[in-house]
Design a protein around this ligand. Structure first.
Ligand SMILES: *Cc1c(COP(=O)(O)O)cnc(C)c1O
Length: 427
């Protein structure tokens, strides 16, 4: 099946007990066991099934299986938010005393998680502005557990050379994790050497701005038994001595699920950032039209970028989809035809005051801190989402004072352009 069909059909046909076609919201905390033996089997992982909603839920399960299918992975774990998914994904492989190599071009929340919160947990992060394989090679240490990047950098729109980075991570026996929030469906990270993918479902996947959610997906391709990952090859005390790589590295009918099950039975079970079944239902509603919506987002983004490029009050437009963007060719190589995402930055002549005036003057577009909504959104990152960064760090990641960020929605392009046009006329 193609992605748009999978988004509607994968992993759920109808509810076996009621024949309901919409995925039911199983709003339950717990599940009855059939017998003592059944209960014991579930807890020992010799049989997979429902125990408690912190660990799994049938509504959430549809979301996980459907996204794993679209992504081409062996399994997925849904989380309460994108940030919790990233935290859980990272701490499934790294703990106190470990090291991570990350691109410096990161979502604001991830940047502060990596720079400040992980440090408190004893995890050190090296940020690379130039995320090249040569720089990665020289940053690798004995305790390095992860190479981390985003598929489309925010806000610069930079795209890394995934295959080259994957190769240098794998040469060192290190897993490569990518946040694919900005490029779902039109970029398939596992086809280019990425081992683990994380998402904020709050953005395009949910797509309607109703719910916060996150996901972790395992490619099933990484060999955790190569030596760097003691946690996978020695018994887990918290789970009656389970050795993840031995027990789950090659499960018949499932493949390599060592990482994703470790994330569930160690991370999710002990930390508990599970999504509510209602939010999973909302994300599934979004997922049903995701491939379709992405095409419209992409088309509108390109048209708006072209319009702004030729506007006399706009000093620059920084969009991966434009030929003058430094990552344009690379994006064309890795992404599905004509898709470059729908978030970009542009500068308004005159600087910060004019940028703020523009934002205060749009009428249809919303001024809010989100991306990937069906509606067009604008914000001034320097004074809002990236406010915690120093001026020097802001400039380093390409946020100039006149920078306006737009997340282009799926309204009629005529209306989006008309709105921007009247707002630009007021400054
Ligand atoms: C929004 C976002 C996150 C965080 O997700 P939440 O669902 O808001 O917790 C992480 N990464 C990227 C790229 C994002 O856009």
């Amino acid at each position: 099946m193609q992605d748009q069909s999978k988004a509607l059909h994968s992993s759920f046909k109808f509810d076996p007990s009621t024949n309901a076609v919409a995925v039911p919201i199983y709003q339950t905390s717990s599940y009855a066991f059939n017998s003592s033996e059944h209960a014991a089997n579930l807890f020992s992982l010799s049989e997979f099934g429902n125990i408690y909603t912190r660990l799994m839920n049938p509504t959430t399960d549809v979301l996980e299986k459907r996204m794993a299918d679209i992504e081409g992975g062996t399994g997925a774990l849904a989380c309460a938010s994108g940030m919790s998914a990233i935290f859980l994904a990272v701490t499934t492989v790294a703990s106190s005393g470990d090291h991570i190599i990350s691109s410096a071009s990161l979502y604001g929340g991830t940047e502060t998680l990596f720079r400040y919160t992980l440090k408190k947990f004893g995890i050190e992060v090296t940020f690379l502005e130039d995320f090249s394989s040569a720089n990665i090679q020289s940053a690798v240490k004995e305790n390095t557990k992860l190479v981390y990047a985003e598929s489309i950098g925010n806000p610069q729109g930079d795209v890394i050379d995934f295959e080259e980075i994957a190769e240098s991570a794998h040469q060192n026996g290190i897993a490569f994790m990518v946040d694919n929030t900005f490029a779902p469906v039109f970029f398939k990270p596992f086809q280019h050497g990425v081992d683990i993918v994380v998402y904020s479902c709050t953005k395009w996947i949910g797509g309607h701005g109703t719910s916060i959610g996150g996901l972790i997906i395992d490619s099933g391709n990484f060999n955790w038994g190569q030596g760097r990952y003691d946690d996978f090859t020695t018994p887990d005390e918290s789970y009656h001595g389970l050795v993840y790589w031995e027990a789950l590295g090659d499960v018949p009918g499932m493949g390599n699920v060592a990482y994703i099950i470790k994330a569930r039975v160690e991370g999710m079970r002990n930390i508990g950032m599970c999504p509510s079944p209602f939010n999973s239902f909302q994300v599934i509603q979004g997922l049903e039209t995701l491939p379709l919506r992405l095409e419209k987002h992409a088309e509108n983004a390109l048209a708006l970028a072209h319009y702004l490029e030729s506007h006399e009050k706009v000093s620059w437009v920084n969009f991966t989809g434009l030929e003058n963007h430094p990552s344009h060719e690379r994006a064309k190589k890795y992404f599905a035809s004509g898709q470059f995402g729908s978030v970009f930055g542009f500068g308004i002549k005159g600087g910060v005051e004019q940028a703020k005036k523009f934002i205060d003057s749009v009428e249809m577009a919303y001024h809010l801190a989100n991306v990937g909504d069906s509606r067009t959104l604008v914000i001034h990152p320097a004074s809002t989402t990236h406010q915690q960064l120093s001026e020097e760090n802001l400039l380093k990641i390409g946020i100039k004072p006149d920078f306006v960020r737009v997340s282009v929605g799926i309204e009629s392009i005529e209306d989006i352009i008309a709105d921007f046009d009247q707002a630009l006329a007021k400054i």
